[in-house]
Structures are given as C-alpha cells and as structure tokens.
Design a protein around this ligand. Structure first.
Ligand SMILES: NC(=O)c1ccc[n+]([C@@H]2O[C@H](COP(=O)([O-])OP(=O)(O)OC[C@H]3O[C@@H](n4cnc5c(N)ncnc54)[C@H](O)[C@@H]3O)[C@@H](O)[C@H]2O)c1
Length: 445
C-alpha cells in the first residue's frame, strides 16, 4: 500500500520504516529540515535499537523516503499522523500540531477517491472525530490508531505488536487499516475512535499507577527498620495472578518496582492530559492526581536522601549516573535524572553527569546553569565525588558495581535510585537506597 506518515519523530519514523520493511511504499513527511536531512542520510535522529538498519534498508530499497512536502500525502492510500501532542502550561494537551496538519491536508488532497487518515499520536478522547471530522468530508475515512511502542524497544514493539487498535466507524477504512497491518500478524481490535483514544491513555495511566504505587510502598519501607521494598515487592511478584510461574518473567513486573519515578515523553504528559481533560468535562480523577503527585516527589526524595547522608549539599560534588528518562534511550524528556540534577544545583552542589547514550550537546539548555560537567565514563564521573546517585538501569551500572567493589571510594555515599547495586559488595562506600532501611534477605525454599 502507499502510506504517508506525517511527523518523523520516535513514532513516525519507527512506524514508517517498519511499515516499509514489511513491504509498503512509505513516505515520511517532516517539517524539520535538519531532522529530514539526517533521515535522508540514513542517520536516525535519536537512539533506537535496530532503527538505523531498517532505515538503511528502506532507503536502499526505495520503499522508504523522506520529504518536506505535505502534498506528497495526496498519493497515499493511508495517511498516518504522528505529530507531537505536547503539554501546555497547565498540563492539558496541545493539539495545535495535529489541527494544523488536518487543515493543511484538506488543502493538498485531490478528491474523487477514498483514503484513510488515522491519528497515531496520543490524543484525548473525542479528538479524532472532532478535529478530523471537522476537516474532512465522508470521502476520507478517519480513524484513531494509537501507538503503544516503548522507546528503547520501539522497533521490536512495532513489528511484534500485541495488538493493533483501529478506532474507525467506516467499514472500508477498517479494511484498509487491517490490510496495512496484516503483515505484522497481530490481533486487530476494531472499535470507535474515542474508545481507541481512551484505551491508549488507560494503558499509560495503568503503568504510571503501578510505578507510583510501588514508590509509595517504598516510602513505608524506608520508615520501617529491617524492611526492604525489593523484598516486599518480590513477594507480591510471586502472586500467581501476576506471574504464572517459571519461564519468562512477565514484563509488567518491571513496573511494580520502586525507583526514581517515571519520565519520558508519554507517561507524565499523558497522565496530566487525561486529568485535565477529565476535569474540564466535570470528572475529577483523584487517583490519577495522586499518582502524579507521588511521581513528582520521587526525584526530590532522592535528593533529600543524599542531603541527609552528606549533612549538606552545599559545595559538595555529586555524580549523577543516568540522565535519559530510562536505559536504552537518549530521550531526556521529563527525565527524573535531570530533575535530580536541577535539585542538586539548586542546593549548591556541583554535578558530574554520566549517561552512556547522552552527549554534552544534548544537554545544552536542558539543565539549569550551574557547576556541571559531563563525564566520559563512570570512573570519570566518580572522580572527586562525595556522592553518586544512580538513576539508570543501563548495563554500565555493572561496571559501577565493579569500581565500587575495588574499595577505591571509601566513604562515598552511593544513592541507588534504581536498585541495581549489591549493598554487600561496596567495600567501604555508604549505601543508601530507595525503599530500604536495613536489608533482611527473604529466603525462598
Ligand atoms: N515517543 C513515544 O514513545 C511514544 C509512544 C506512543 C505514542 N506517542 C505519541 O506519539 C506522538 C508523537 O510522539 P513522538 O515522540 O514521535 O514526537 P516527536 O516530537 O519525536 O516527533 C514529532 C515529529 O512531528 C514533526 N512535525 C510536527 N508538525 C509537523 C507537520 N505539520 N508536518 C510534518 N511534520 C511535523 C516534528 O518536527 C517532529 O519531528 C505524540 O502524541 C506522543 O504522545 C509517543
């Protein structure tokens, strides 16, 4: 099929090259000329495993190309909209990018044949029918087609989707989208556009709730001597309703874990957008408000734990290990690690940052001004540090464990915000961890 994907960010570029890889003829349409040039040269503008190879294949075979001309969407059978839907100042959703594309598409379409326009961006319930319904007549089948990929495994998530959601009332439109995704061999769930939109928010709100729930249990553990959140949650994980038994560990368990809080371009923004949309429609969402509030407090709690261990942060040097919002990505949007950096600078500390995927350039303008340097590796970050705060689960934390085990950092305060280090192997460093007072191992027979 001929496909146009408008917006070549995480969702649009991954969707475009993956659809090309299964045989479709795809054009990615992108306004940002720098991003376009990078993509045309075969260089993904962000880190995503497997993406460079698929992009290269698509460009070489001619099944994927990138363009700055929205008019190219006119030739497509299916147009996917993957533009950003960022938060406004009050947390509600900014739909201006989507609205603009819809209006401009109306102008570039020639009429006299049917096509599908589907919203892949995350939008509040009712948006597809309101915005696209107002822009197009019945010749255009409109649909919500939310994306569930996770950064860091986006290509795999797309190509091996658990389900494809097609929120579309038009039978012909449903058939076109089913045909588009047929090569993925994923179950296709047909529904109306508003249900599709809310299903995406429900998924993200659920994951966010699990994280904040786990962090709140961690807060109780921190006040109970001898209790460790890792032990408490591992007992919960053993529940057969969550974990059917030996074999593959259910991925959902990785959200039932205490840490620095959730970040990234989706969970925080989508939670706030849903809260704002619910409330503007007269539906209070106290549970989701609490989920957000627990999450916003988590980076502050880690900074306070560091301060308690050191006495004061003023004039101290702190290494922050990991500033992308999670391991396996270079995405800094709503990153708990960056929040911690800002908190530390606010309290008069100097900060050394190390993240295996984040460059000095990427950090430009992303943190407050202050005494901050970007280290070349873990050892460089620890040079002269009074404390280090671990905010990543990146494989490099194994090297950190090895460094600490050498005994070369006596008295260093190690704040484990992701529970990746072995407290018994730190050779003289002072171990502080989220959700832990004193460790008592749980024996399993
Ligand atoms: N990033 C994720 O993990 C993820 C996962 C699922 C859903 N989503 C949702 O998908 C949407 C896109 O997210 P993203 O992370 O890919 O955003 P992004 O900011 O990385 O990409 C959006 C792209 O659209 C381009 N764009 C904006 N207006 C345009 C126009 N008029 N014409 C052509 N290009 C235009 C931008 O320049 C940018 O490159 C959001 O609604 C997001 O919530 C994101």
């Amino acid at each position: 099929m001929r496909v146009a994907v408008v917006g070549c960010g995480y969702v649009g570029l991954v969707s475009g090259v993956c659809l090309a890889s299964v045989g479709h003829d795809v054009v990615g349409i992108e306004v940002d000329s720098r991003r376009r040039d990078q993509i045309a040269a075969g260089v993904p503008p962000f880190h995503e495993p497997g993406l460079a190879e698929l992009l290269d294949d698509g460009l070489t075979s001619g099944r994927y190309r990138v363009s700055g001309e929205l008019a190219e969407a006119d030739a497509a059978d299916v147009v996917l909209l993957a533009v950003q839907t960022p938060p406004t100042g009050d947390g509600s959703i900014d739909l201006s990018y989507l609205t603009r594309v819809a209006t401009e598409l109306y102008d570039v379409f020639t009429y006299g044949r049917r096509r599908v326009v589907a919203v892949r961006s995350t939008v509040i319930p009712g948006t597809t029918e309101r915005v696209l319904g107002a822009a197009f007549g019945p010749e255009v089948a409109i649909a919500s087609n939310p994306e569930f990929l996770r950064e860091g495994s986006a290509v795999q998530d797309f190509l091996h989707a658990d389900r494809v959601v097609v929120g579309c009332r038009d039978t012909w439109g449903r058939e076109q989208l089913a045909e588009l995704y047929r090569p993925l061999q994923a179950p296709v769930i047909f529904t109306n556009p508003t249900t599709g939109e809310l299903a995406k928010y429900t998924s993200n709100a659920f994951l966010a709730t699990l994280v904040s729930f786990s962090n709140e249990i961690a807060h109780i553990c921190e006040s109970l001597p001898g209790v460790d959140v890792e032990d408490v949650l591992s007992i919960l994980h053993g529940d057969r309703r969550l974990n059917p038994g030996p074999g593959e560990r259910p991925q959902i368990l990785s959200y039932i874990k205490a840490g620095c809080g959730f970040g990234g371009s989706c969970l925080p923004k989508d939670l706030s957008a849903l809260i704002a949309a619910g409330e503007s429609g007269g539906t209070e969402l106290p549970l989701l408000r609490a989920v957000r509030s627990v999450n916003e407090g988590q980076p502050v709690r880690l900074t306070e734990a560091t301060q308690r261990a050191l006495g004061s942060l003023e004039g101290r040097t702190i290494a922050v290990l990991g500033v992308a919002f999670k391991a396996g990505t270079d995405d800094l949007r709503a990153s708990p690690g960056l929040r911690i950096v800002d908190e530390l600078l606010d309290h008069g500390a100097s900060v050394a940052i190390y993240d295996p995927l984040v460059s000095v350039q990427a950090l430009n303008g992303r943190v407050q001004h202050g005494p901050m340097r970007v280290a070349a590796d873990m050892a460089d970050a620890l040079e002269g540090a009074d404390a280090c705060i671990v905010t990543t689960t990146a494989p490099e934390t194994g090297a950190l464990g090895d460094l600490l085990a050498t005994g070369a950092y006596p008295g260093l305060v190690v704040v484990d915000g992701r529970r990746v280090l072995d407290a018994d192997d730190l050779a003289g460093a002072v171990y502080v961890a989220v959700g832990r007072s004193v460790r008592v191992p749980v024996e399993m027979s």
